[in-house]
Write a protein that binds this ligand. Structure first.
Ligand code: PGA
Length: 252
């Protein structure tokens, strides 16, 4: 099964609008059409940047995404952003279940399942993030935790819905810490996750779904990670805030 690689930049809560616009321009200068033929590229920007970025990215081949959406359709949720609002920008993709959302904002698997539903109702492509903490890995519960995150977040979906989803395995202990999972450690979880998907949705979906790795991916380790049979690209945090590093990862 030929899965096209995806390199996605998660900017998190970084850059003013001006600085972000400059970074986007630098990225556009460094990533060429030929690169996008080899690898899909997405940028998950802060909400405030989305409209202006949508104009700039138009026709570039780079997809635009948001980092979160609310699990209800609309209503009295001061300060929140709905999937429908994102679709009206329009953005094409949304991150759901990033570990920082789980950890700092109390997002549970069942809330994330609802967010996925809202996103899909609005034709947004979902990148569903999952991964274990250091404590969970050290107590050898990582496979169990990851399996539960996949089951509770995704198993209510139809095969049709599932076939358009993207997954991102991000071990919490490797995010922003400079500690990357070894290519072997990441490959093990990616293969296991694909098995979990296979058990519920069958071989065709399991072998075509893309599973990204995230957690301290840099130009120096991207090639080795991306060479693993079940790793289909990366979700990049820190290194996505530097146009040269990000484009080197895209070209890795
Ligand atoms: P990092 O972040 O590359 O800075 O570790 C990855 C992520 O959280 O998506």
């Amino acid at each position: 099964m030929n899965r096209k690689r995806l390199v996605a930049g998660n900017w998190k809560m970084n850059t003013s609008l001006n600085d972000g616009f400059q970074l986007l321009s630098d990225i556009l200068e460094n990533i060429k059409e030929a690169d996008i033929e080899q690898s899909d590229v997405s940028i998950f920007a802060p909400f405030t940047h989305l409209k202006i970025f949508q104009n700039s990215l138009n026709g570039s081949g780079i997809k635009l995404g948001a980092q979160n959406c609310h699990h209800e359709k609309s209503g009295a949720y001061t300060g929140e952003i709905s999937a429908e609002m994102l679709a009206s920008v329009p953005v094409e993709q949304v991150l759901i279940g990033h570990s920082e959302r789980r950890q700092y904002f109390g997002e549970t698997n069942s809330m994330l399942a609802q967010k996925i539903d809202r996103a899909l109702e609005n034709d947004l492509q979902v990148i569903y993030c999952f991964g274990e903490t250091l404590e969970e890995r050290e107590s050898e519960k990582h496979i169990e935790i990851v399996t539960r995150q996949l089951e509770e977040g995704l198993f209510h979906l139809t095969s049709d819905q599932m076939s358009n989803l993207i997954l991102a395995y991000e071990p919490v202990w490797a995010i922003g810490t400079g500690k990357t999972a070894s290519a072997g450690q990441a490959q093990e979880i990616h293969a296991e996750s694909r098995n979990v998907i296979r058990g519920k949705f069958g071989e065709e979906i399991a072998s075509s779904i893309r599973i990204l790795y995230g957690g301290s991916v840099k130009p120096s380790n991207a090639r080795e990670l991306f060479a693993m049979p079940d790793i289909d690209g990366g979700l990049i945090g820190g290194a996505a805030l530097d146009a040269i590093s990000f484009s080197e990862i895209v070209k890795a």
